[in-house]
Design a protein around this ligand. Structure first.
Ligand code: FE2
Ligand code: FE2
Length: 168
C-alpha cells in the first residue's frame, strides 16, 4: 500500500528538518574547532552524522513506500555563539522542536491508520528521548562548570569519549 500524499509531504518536510539539524550541528562543530574545544567539536560531528542518518532513514522509508523523495531547501544555520553552554542550549531547543515534529507525524500516521508509518516512527520517538537527555545532561554539567576553566576543559575531554551510535 502506497503512502498517502499528505504523509508523503510531511515525511519530505522531516527529511529537510533532519538535514537542517545535521547542518546546524556541523556549524556548531566548526564553532568549537575555532575555539580549540576538540571534544565538544567531536561530539557535534557525531551528532551531525547521526542527523544525516536520520534524514536517510526517512528518505529510504519514503522510497520503500512508493513515495517521492523531494529534498527541500535548507536554510543556512547559525554559526556564531557566545559560549559553550549557549551552543548546547541551542541544541536542546532544536531537539525539542524536532520532537514536536515527530509527534505531529506520529499523530498524522495514526489518524490515517497507516500502521507501517506508526511503527517506523516509533524508533524516532525513542531516539528523541535519548537525544534530549544527553543534551540536557551536558547542560547540567556545564552549569556546574560555570566560571571554572579547568572543569570546562575536563568536560571537553569527557565529550571526546562519546561514541557514535550503532546504525539502527
Ligand atoms: Fe534526528
Ligand atoms: Fe537529534
Amino acid at each position: 500500500m502506497n503512502i498517502s500524499k499528505e504523509l508523503e509531504t510531511a515525511l519530505n518536510e522531516q527529511i529537510g528538518i533532519e538535514f537542517s539539524a545535521s547542518q546546524s550541528y556541523l556549524s556548531m562543530a566548526a564553532y568549537f574547532e575555532r575555539k580549540a574545544f576538540d571534544g565538544f567539536a567531536q561530539w557535534m560531528h557525531l551528532q551531525s552524522s547521526e542527523e544525516h542518518q536520520h534524514a536517510m532513514k526517512f528518505y529510504q522509508y519514503l522510497n520503500d513506500r512508493g513515495g517521492v523523495a523531494r529534498l527541500p531547501a535548507i536554510e543556512a544555520p547559525r554559526w556564531e555563539y557566545g559560549s559553550v553552554r549557549e551552543v548546547f542550549e541551542a541544541s536542546l531547543e532544536q531537539e525539542h522542536s524536532v520532537t514536536e515534529n515527530i509527534y505531529r507525524l506520529y499523530k498524522l500516521a495514526q489518524d490515517e491508520s497507516d500502521f507501517a508509518t506508526v511503527s517506523f516512527l516509533k524508533w524516532f520517538v525513542d531516539e528523541q528521548v535519548e537525544e534530549e537527555k544527553s543534551v540536557s545532561d551536558m547542560i547540567d554539567k556545564l552549569k556546574m562548570a560555570e566560571g571554572n576553566p579547568d572543569s570546562l576543559l575536563f568536560l571537553d575531554r569527557y565529550a571526546m569519549e562519546r561514541k557514535s551510535e550503532e546504525p539502527a
